[in-house]
Each structure stands twice: as C-alpha cells, then as structure tokens.
Design a protein around this ligand. Structure first.
Ligand SMILES: N[C@@H](CCC[C@H](N)C(=O)O)C(=O)O
Length: 286
C-alpha cells in the first residue's frame, strides 16, 4: 500500500500525518499502521500517527494514535500542526476555525508569525473524569501517591486525555525513565496515564518533562503542558489568567488558564518532510 504522508513536529513532538481529505484508510489497519510508521528502523520514525480528516461538526477533524498503536483522545502539539496544515491546504478560508477530536471541539488560530493558538477547552478535574480509581472527589490535588517504596504527591488533570502531574525540586532529577512507565500503567489509572514531572521556577515559568502514555519519553506534550499549568494553579504555585511559559525538552509553550475556565496554548508547528509510505501489512513491528 502506498500512502502519502507529511511528517510534522510541534517542539520536537513529531507525528506522521495522513490527509484523509485526499486519501482513505480502512479503520482496522490504523493501530498497525501507527506502530509501523513510528518504528525508527523499519518505518519513518515518529511519536505516532495523526489523521487529518473531514468532520461533520467542524472545519477539520483529527485523530491521534500513539507509537504503540493505542488511540489517544487528543494531542496538543498535533492540534497546532493540524491547524497549520489545514490552513495552508485551504481546508478553511479563515485563520480561526474549529477542529474536532475524540475529546472535544477546540478553536484554533493560525497567526501571521507562524505561531498557533488553541483554546483547549476546560480541564476535567473530577476523579471519575480523569479517570482515576477511588472516591469521586471534585479534584485530585497533591494527593499522596505511594509507589515503589516512595511517597509522591499527584495532581490529576484531564485535558481530554489523562495526566498525572508530580512536582519536583529540580527537573534534572526527575525520574522520568524509571517512574514514567510504572505510573503510566498503575492500576489507579484504569485507562493508563500520561506522566509529567514539573519544576516551578516562578509563578510564570515551569520546567517540564514527560512520559507519554503509549509513546514513552517525548520532546514535548501539549496537553501535558496545559495539565502542568493547571496543576501549578491548583497547588497555588501559579495564578489564573497569567501567561505561564512551560519549558519542554523541545522548546517553550505559553499556557493560560483563563477566568472562564478555558486553557489556551500557544506555540510553533513545523513541517519536516513529505513523501510516500510503503506499508506492508505483514511487516513485523516491535
Ligand atoms: N503528545 C500529545 C499527546 C498524545 C496522546 C497521549 N500520549 C495520550 O495517549 O493521551 C500532546 O501533545 O498532547
């Protein structure tokens, strides 16, 4: 099968994008295709697969598959790339338009300086909405989280997908590789979870590292940066309606949780390459 693709990244969080305005794919091949294109040795190499597609409820639709073939509900960096691509392809005539994901419909704005702003909507904070096991408290903020003989404190936020945020003293000591995979699959998170370690530099600046559900360590996670800013505010480290700069491995995002409860994310989106992917459905993927 010969599949046209574009590879794009938002702060190094890179995906293979397939344009379903131009091309059709059978539903049943998607998890295997995601694993296949993401493989650095036998595929293109990426954090996963994103489909840009027509939507009945918005100008554009987007679906995201992680590196392991699992489907996520949304992707912050993917939304900025999708917005830029859709605008440049003329799938919308206005620089402001809506994108539908499995999680929600968000508003995108492609700016003249190349930056993209997404209104990511309201975070979901109830335990059942994350989802996280236990009594359905209105919020999970700095809750004791014993794991691996250590005592951590978790703040849980859903940005349409689940995030477990842990504050650390120094970002270079964040145990991303050791604790990330353990927490991702911890039974307290029935749908697994994206894991973020965050150092507060000041109320307007956070350092951030992520272990993504289904993809492992990535250079950046847009929904994770939003969750980190929301968690910082819930823990009184930062303030509502302030621009918070989140420093990720791949660069910076500016996040604001406004007084209406909506989370705004601004950052870049870049095309890396375009080409044809030769998909052999029988090929072995790790
Ligand atoms: N990289 C993303 C999030 C991708 C999905 C996530 N791994 C999940 O399974 O929820 C982002 O930029 O938000």
């Amino acid at each position: 099968m010969e599949i046209p693709f574009t590879k794009m990244h938002g702060l190094g969080n890179n995906y293979i994008y397939i344009d379903l305005f131009q091309y059709t794919l059978a539903e049943e091949i998607l998890p295997l295709l995601a694993k296949s294109v993401s493989d650095i040795h036998t595929g293109v190499g990426a954090d996963g697969l994103i489909l840009i597609q027509p939507s009945e409820r918005s100008e554009v639709g987007m679906r995201i598959f992680n590196k392991d073939g699992s489907e996520g509900n949304t992707c912050g960096n993917g939304l900025r790339c999708t917005a830029k691509y859709a605008y440049e392809q003329g799938y919308t005539s206005s620089e402001r338009f809506n994108i539908e994901t499995k999680a929600n419909i968000v508003e995108a704005e492609v700016k003249s300086d190349g930056q993209v702003t997404i209104n990511m909507g309201k975070p979901l904070l109830r335990r059942s909405e994350i989802p996280m096991m236990g009594h359905d408290d209105p919020e999970v903020v700095a809750e004791p989280f014993p794991i691996n003989q250590g005592e951590w404190k978790v703040t849980a936020v859903s940005m349409g997908n689940p995030h477990a945020v842990f504050f650390v003293e120094a970002i270079e000591d964040a145990p991303v590789e050791q604790m990330g995979p353990l927490i991702e699959k911890d039974q307290r998170f029935p749908d697994s979870v994206n894991v973020e370690f965050v150092e507060v530099i000041s109320p307007q600046e956070l350092n951030f590292r992520v272990w993504e559900r289904g993809s492992g360590i990535t250079q950046a996670c847009g929904t994770g940066a939003c969750a980190a800013a929301v968690a910082a505010i819930l823990n009184d480290h930062a303030e509502l309606n302030d621009d918070i700069t989140v420093h990720l491995l791949g660069g910076d995002l500016v996040i604001r949780w406004d007084v209406n409860g909506e989370v705004w994310m601004t950052g870049g989106a870049e095309v890396i390459a375009a080409g044809t992917y030769y998909f052999h459905q029988t090929q072995k993927v790790e």
